[in-house]
Ligand binder design. Structure first.
Ligand SMILES: CC(C)(COP(=O)(O)OP(=O)(O)OC[C@H]1O[C@@H](n2cnc3c(N)ncnc32)[C@H](O)[C@@H]1OP(=O)(O)O)[C@@H](O)C(=O)NCCC(=O)NCCS
Length: 169
Protein backbone atom coordinates (compact mmCIF):
# COMPACT_ATOMS: atom_id res chain seq x y z
CA UNK A 1 0.00 0.00 0.00
CA UNK A 2 1.38 3.48 -0.84
CA UNK A 3 2.75 5.32 2.22
CA UNK A 4 0.18 8.17 2.02
CA UNK A 5 -2.79 5.78 1.79
CA UNK A 6 -1.46 3.79 4.73
CA UNK A 7 -1.05 6.87 6.86
CA UNK A 8 -4.53 8.14 6.06
CA UNK A 9 -6.25 4.82 6.79
CA UNK A 10 -4.40 4.20 10.05
CA UNK A 11 -5.36 7.70 11.25
CA UNK A 12 -9.04 6.76 10.90
CA UNK A 13 -8.72 3.85 13.31
CA UNK A 14 -9.51 4.64 16.94
CA UNK A 15 -6.49 4.62 19.23
CA UNK A 16 -5.97 2.01 21.91
CA UNK A 17 -4.18 2.51 25.21
CA UNK A 18 -0.94 0.67 25.95
CA UNK A 19 -2.67 -0.99 28.91
CA UNK A 20 -5.20 -2.74 26.61
CA UNK A 21 -2.55 -5.02 25.10
CA UNK A 22 0.00 -5.36 27.91
CA UNK A 23 0.89 -9.03 28.47
CA UNK A 24 2.42 -10.86 31.44
CA UNK A 25 3.53 -14.48 31.09
CA UNK A 26 5.01 -16.78 33.73
CA UNK A 27 6.49 -20.25 33.21
CA UNK A 28 8.55 -22.66 35.29
CA UNK A 29 11.96 -23.52 33.80
CA UNK A 30 11.80 -27.29 33.26
CA UNK A 31 14.59 -29.83 32.59
CA UNK A 32 13.93 -29.82 28.81
CA UNK A 33 14.48 -26.03 28.74
CA UNK A 34 18.07 -26.03 30.07
CA UNK A 35 21.66 -26.62 28.94
CA UNK A 36 24.26 -28.83 30.65
CA UNK A 37 24.83 -26.10 33.29
CA UNK A 38 21.15 -26.14 34.27
CA UNK A 39 20.57 -22.66 32.78
CA UNK A 40 17.70 -21.92 30.42
CA UNK A 41 18.60 -22.14 26.72
CA UNK A 42 18.79 -18.82 24.87
CA UNK A 43 16.55 -20.25 22.14
CA UNK A 44 13.85 -21.06 24.70
CA UNK A 45 13.94 -17.46 25.98
CA UNK A 46 13.69 -16.14 22.40
CA UNK A 47 10.71 -18.43 21.73
CA UNK A 48 8.89 -17.10 24.80
CA UNK A 49 9.80 -13.49 23.91
CA UNK A 50 8.26 -14.00 20.45
CA UNK A 51 5.08 -15.46 21.97
CA UNK A 52 4.64 -12.70 24.58
CA UNK A 53 5.22 -10.04 21.89
CA UNK A 54 2.80 -11.79 19.51
CA UNK A 55 0.03 -11.80 22.13
CA UNK A 56 0.53 -8.06 22.66
CA UNK A 57 0.48 -7.39 18.89
CA UNK A 58 -2.70 -9.43 18.44
CA UNK A 59 -4.40 -7.78 21.40
CA UNK A 60 -3.59 -4.33 20.00
CA UNK A 61 -4.72 -4.80 16.42
CA UNK A 62 -7.06 -7.81 16.65
CA UNK A 63 -5.77 -9.15 13.30
CA UNK A 64 -3.27 -11.72 12.15
CA UNK A 65 0.32 -10.59 12.69
CA UNK A 66 3.78 -11.84 11.80
CA UNK A 67 7.20 -11.17 13.29
CA UNK A 68 9.12 -8.87 10.94
CA UNK A 69 12.25 -8.44 13.07
CA UNK A 70 13.81 -8.99 16.47
CA UNK A 71 16.50 -6.56 17.60
CA UNK A 72 19.61 -7.97 19.20
CA UNK A 73 19.14 -9.74 22.55
CA UNK A 74 21.59 -9.73 25.46
CA UNK A 75 21.39 -12.35 28.19
CA UNK A 76 22.53 -10.52 31.34
CA UNK A 77 21.84 -13.19 33.95
CA UNK A 78 21.14 -16.93 33.67
CA UNK A 79 17.78 -18.39 34.69
CA UNK A 80 18.16 -21.68 36.53
CA UNK A 81 16.06 -24.82 36.23
CA UNK A 82 13.18 -24.63 38.74
CA UNK A 83 13.10 -20.82 38.70
CA UNK A 84 10.24 -18.88 37.17
CA UNK A 85 10.70 -16.99 33.93
CA UNK A 86 8.51 -13.88 33.81
CA UNK A 87 7.92 -11.97 30.58
CA UNK A 88 6.33 -8.51 30.45
CA UNK A 89 5.42 -7.31 26.97
CA UNK A 90 4.02 -3.92 26.04
CA UNK A 91 3.37 -1.99 22.88
CA UNK A 92 5.90 0.82 22.54
CA UNK A 93 4.61 2.34 19.32
CA UNK A 94 2.31 1.58 16.41
CA UNK A 95 3.56 2.90 13.07
CA UNK A 96 1.44 2.31 9.93
CA UNK A 97 1.20 -1.44 9.52
CA UNK A 98 3.91 -2.35 12.03
CA UNK A 99 4.26 -2.18 15.79
CA UNK A 100 7.25 -2.24 18.12
CA UNK A 101 6.77 -4.37 21.20
CA UNK A 102 9.20 -4.30 24.09
CA UNK A 103 9.63 -7.46 26.16
CA UNK A 104 11.36 -7.50 29.55
CA UNK A 105 12.35 -10.85 30.99
CA UNK A 106 12.91 -11.57 34.70
CA UNK A 107 13.83 -14.61 36.74
CA UNK A 108 12.20 -15.35 40.08
CA UNK A 109 13.57 -17.70 42.71
CA UNK A 110 10.48 -19.47 44.04
CA UNK A 111 11.93 -19.96 47.54
CA UNK A 112 13.37 -16.52 48.22
CA UNK A 113 11.13 -14.54 45.86
CA UNK A 114 14.24 -12.75 44.55
CA UNK A 115 13.70 -11.32 41.06
CA UNK A 116 16.38 -10.42 38.50
CA UNK A 117 16.08 -8.63 35.18
CA UNK A 118 17.70 -11.01 32.69
CA UNK A 119 16.86 -9.86 29.17
CA UNK A 120 15.21 -7.08 27.16
CA UNK A 121 14.14 -7.34 23.55
CA UNK A 122 12.37 -5.25 20.93
CA UNK A 123 10.23 -7.11 18.42
CA UNK A 124 8.50 -5.68 15.34
CA UNK A 125 5.22 -7.24 14.23
CA UNK A 126 3.28 -6.48 11.04
CA UNK A 127 -0.51 -6.83 10.86
CA UNK A 128 -1.80 -8.71 7.83
CA UNK A 129 -5.19 -8.70 6.11
CA UNK A 130 -7.00 -11.75 4.69
CA UNK A 131 -4.74 -11.60 1.61
CA UNK A 132 -1.67 -11.62 3.84
CA UNK A 133 -0.90 -8.03 2.85
CA UNK A 134 0.22 -5.52 5.51
CA UNK A 135 -2.77 -3.62 6.93
CA UNK A 136 -2.97 -0.47 9.06
CA UNK A 137 -2.92 -0.83 12.83
CA UNK A 138 -4.66 1.39 15.41
CA UNK A 139 -2.53 4.20 16.87
CA UNK A 140 -1.40 3.73 20.44
CA UNK A 141 -2.52 6.01 23.28
CA UNK A 142 0.20 6.69 25.83
CA UNK A 143 -1.14 7.03 29.37
CA UNK A 144 1.97 7.39 31.50
CA UNK A 145 5.35 9.10 31.37
CA UNK A 146 6.90 5.65 30.86
CA UNK A 147 4.59 4.99 27.88
CA UNK A 148 5.62 8.34 26.38
CA UNK A 149 9.35 7.65 26.87
CA UNK A 150 9.04 4.25 25.19
CA UNK A 151 6.98 5.82 22.36
CA UNK A 152 9.72 8.42 21.68
CA UNK A 153 12.57 5.91 21.84
CA UNK A 154 10.78 3.44 19.54
CA UNK A 155 11.04 5.92 16.65
CA UNK A 156 14.81 6.12 17.03
CA UNK A 157 15.09 2.31 16.93
CA UNK A 158 12.75 2.12 13.92
CA UNK A 159 14.99 4.51 11.94
CA UNK A 160 18.02 2.37 12.71
CA UNK A 161 16.13 -0.86 11.89
CA UNK A 162 14.82 0.39 8.55
CA UNK A 163 18.23 1.79 7.57
CA UNK A 164 19.72 -1.63 8.35
CA UNK A 165 16.98 -3.33 6.32
CA UNK A 166 17.61 -0.99 3.35
CA UNK A 167 21.35 -1.68 3.48
CA UNK A 168 20.68 -5.43 3.08
CA UNK A 169 18.50 -5.02 -0.05
C1 LIG B 1 7.06 -8.74 7.47
C2 LIG B 1 6.49 -8.74 6.04
C3 LIG B 1 4.98 -8.93 6.12
C4 LIG B 1 6.77 -7.37 5.45
O1 LIG B 1 6.27 -7.43 4.14
P1 LIG B 1 6.76 -6.38 3.02
O2 LIG B 1 6.17 -6.77 1.73
O3 LIG B 1 8.23 -6.22 3.12
O4 LIG B 1 5.98 -5.13 3.47
P2 LIG B 1 6.38 -3.62 3.52
O5 LIG B 1 7.72 -3.29 2.93
O6 LIG B 1 5.20 -2.91 2.97
O7 LIG B 1 6.49 -3.36 5.09
C5 LIG B 1 5.37 -3.54 5.91
C6 LIG B 1 5.74 -3.01 7.27
O8 LIG B 1 6.72 -3.84 7.84
C7 LIG B 1 7.80 -3.08 8.27
N1 LIG B 1 8.98 -3.90 8.14
C8 LIG B 1 9.27 -4.77 7.15
N2 LIG B 1 10.45 -5.37 7.40
C9 LIG B 1 10.89 -4.88 8.57
C10 LIG B 1 12.04 -5.10 9.36
N3 LIG B 1 13.00 -5.96 8.98
N4 LIG B 1 12.17 -4.44 10.52
C11 LIG B 1 11.21 -3.57 10.93
N5 LIG B 1 10.09 -3.30 10.22
C12 LIG B 1 9.96 -3.95 9.05
C13 LIG B 1 7.81 -1.87 7.33
O9 LIG B 1 8.51 -0.78 7.90
C14 LIG B 1 6.33 -1.60 7.23
O10 LIG B 1 5.91 -0.98 8.42
P3 LIG B 1 5.02 0.38 8.40
O11 LIG B 1 3.87 0.13 7.48
O12 LIG B 1 4.58 0.53 9.81
O13 LIG B 1 5.90 1.48 7.93
C15 LIG B 1 7.13 -9.84 5.12
O14 LIG B 1 8.50 -9.57 4.97
C16 LIG B 1 6.94 -11.22 5.69
O15 LIG B 1 5.87 -11.82 5.55
N6 LIG B 1 7.99 -11.77 6.34
C17 LIG B 1 7.91 -13.09 6.93
C18 LIG B 1 7.26 -12.99 8.31
C19 LIG B 1 7.31 -14.31 9.04
O16 LIG B 1 7.04 -15.34 8.49
N7 LIG B 1 7.67 -14.23 10.31
C20 LIG B 1 7.79 -15.39 11.14
C21 LIG B 1 9.22 -15.70 11.44
S1 LIG B 1 10.05 -16.35 10.03
Amino acid sequence: MPERARKASSQKLPGKPVSASRTDMVEVVLPQDVNVFGNILGGRVMHLVDIAAAITAHRHCRSMCVTASVDHIDFRNPIRMGELIILKASLNRAFHTSMEIGVKVFSEDVLSGQKKHTTSAYVTFVALDENREPKPVPPVICQTAEDRRRFREALVRRKYRLAHRASKH
